[in-house]
Design a binder for this molecule. Structure first.
Ligand code: PGA
Length: 219
């Protein structure tokens, strides 16, 4: 029977994923593990720079990240949306304003992830591309700490919408309607080019190609 065939897919799947994916990876791994009970998971959650280090050392089967690395010979496939948004505390004067010019953000202080984070890299690139100065008031090592600091009125942030729950207002957060936002990006699954994927890794890749978006609330 089909159930017996699924039982044959056995072994350990080693995944390394960037920190921001911790908000949705469990929602994907839950149904995956239910479907393939013989597969055990080792999930490393690290920032972008550390993930690229792991990739260079070939420490995992498969990698999940925002922007596939340049200069490394990899194959990648997008599997889910990853919109980048501007986040403010609910009481901020810009909340509810339509089409806020990007240049207006120069007047605000920002809370930023640590260097080495993919979110930080993208945020700096977006400001650079607009020629708008970025004022970083505070650097914090986690998305969760940034959300709390934004809610506490310490500044604005640019984060993946994946970090928000369905009702950001409950966390005293609001998404600003800034020109050009949300920036539409994707989450990618990445593996070294030419690497023969293990049966479990190939099974997971096939699973990601399916309707993964359906498992993840709010996407
Ligand atoms: P980060 O990466 O969790 O290191 O910020 C996010 C990304 O790759 O987009």
């Amino acid at each position: 029977t089909i159930d017996n065939l699924k039982g044959l897919k056995q072994g350990r799947l080693r995944i390394a994923a960037v920190t921001t994916t911790k908000y949705f990876m469990p929602r994907i791994l839950g149904p995956f593990c239910a479907q393939y009970p013989g597969i055990d998971i080792a999930l490393e959650v690290v920032n972008r720079d550390r993930l690229i280090d792991r990739m260079i050392r070939n420490q995992d089967d498969i990698y999940i990240m925002g922007v596939p690395p340049e200069g490394l010979d990899t194959e990648s496939e997008s599997f889910m949306d990853n919109p980048l948004i501007v986040l403010a505390p609910v009481a901020h004067p810009l909340v509810g304003c339509k089409g806020i010019p990007f240049a207006r953000l120069a007047e605000e202080s920002f809370l930023a992830r640590e260097r080495g984070s993919g979110t930080r890299m993208t945020m700096e690139r977006v400001f650079r591309e607009h020629g708008t100065p970025l004022r970083i008031k505070m650097e914090l090592g986690s998305n969760e700490a940034i959300k709390q600091a934004v809610a506490g009125g310490l500044g604005l942030a640019m984060l993946s919408r994946s970090t928000l729950n369905l009702n950001p207002g409950q966390e005293e957060l609001a998404e600003l309607d800034v020109e050009g936002f949300p920036i539409l990006r994707a989450w990618y699954v990445v593996w070294p080019k030419g690497k023969q994927l293990s049966v479990v890794a190939a099974t997971f890749l096939e699973f990601l190609r399916g309707h993964v978006q359906l498992f993840v609330r709010g996407q």
